[in-house]
Design a protein around this ligand. Structure first.
Ligand code: ZN
Length: 272
């Protein structure tokens, strides 16, 4: 079965495997691209993680994640910027093609979402020169609006692209089907995105969704029309991977990693 243009976001097997085990599992399954998370790289050690990835010839389609810019005071906002600078350095060290950004929600105690969005813009502007210098494109990932308060006050592709327009070179978007499938503007905004599409994450929206964060579905088990969205993304000029990213506490995280990867490959071929 085809695994070209398939990437595995390592959150998909984070409960089963360490970074090394996940890379080895992907290699066993014939998968040649991954997207690790910062905590996985930290647990392994940055240099060791870079070596494991290189030894297995893995392409790194992204690094998760930076962002979380809004904070109640300047010191905490500066700390977030410093942390993003380190994330950019880590991304460069492991050869990641972009740093995925979950921009952050409302600062604690705040009801000012416009203010939070301004903090996101300012935070992006602050880290962008370093990202450009390190050759790590920043991929703004709009999240489903159910996370606007606590994870990402950037909820739509339109908003993410407005930020890209304001910031210029070095910033693009990560399009995750789970977060944007419902958007009536999706087709038009994907066309607008063009060569600013840096990543394409896939997982399905289950009905009912039993947990706001940890109940994402395997492609084909929910209501998302993957081929249609993929056609739009391809028409916009994107030729990169589809990256499976499933947080699934009750289901896929409980299964053996090899079975999860096998199913990802099957569904990638039959559904996406
Ligand atoms: Zn994603």
């Amino acid at each position: 079965m085809n695994t070209d243009n398939l990437s595995i976001n390592l959150a998909t097997v984070r409960q089963q495997w360490t970074l090394r085990e996940a890379v080895e599992g992907c290699a066993r399954a014939g998968i040649t691209a991954i997207d690790p998370w910062r905590d996985q790289v930290e647990a392994t050690g940055r240099d060791e993680a870079a070596r494991i990835i290189k030894d297995h010839g893995m392409r790194v389609t992204g690094y998760c994640r930076g962002g979380m810019f809004p904070a109640p005071d300047a010191a905490k906002r500066d700390a977030a910027i410093d942390d993003n600078m380190r994330a950019i350095d880590e991304a460069a060290a492991i050869g990641a093609e972009c740093l995925v950004l979950v921009c952050g929600g409302l600062p604690q105690g705040s009801r000012d979402i416009a203010g939070a969005r301004a903090m996101v813009r300012d935070g992006l502007a602050a880290i962008l020169p370093h990202a450009r210098a390190q050759n790590v494109p920043l991929a703004i990932e709009p999240l489903h609006p159910m996370y606007a308060a606590d994870r990402a006050c950037v909820s739509t592709l339109r908003h993410a692209l407005d930020l890209c327009d304001a910031l210029g070179d070095g910033v693009g978007v990560a399009i995750d089907t789970y977060h944007v499938w419902w958007d009536p503007e999706l087709e038009a905004q994907i066309a607008r995105a063009g060569d600013r599409i840096l990543a394409h994450h896939i997982c399905d929206w289950l009905v009912p969704t039993r947990d706001m964060l940890l109940d994402r579905g395997m492609m084909g088990d929910g209501v998302i029309d993957f081929p249609r969205i993929r056609r739009w993304i391809t028409a916009a000029g994107y030729r990169g991977t589809q990256e499976v990213e499933i947080f699934s506490a009750a289901d896929w995280w409980k299964r053996p990693g090899d079975e999860v990867l096998r199913t990802c490959i099957e569904r990638f071929n039959s559904v996406c």
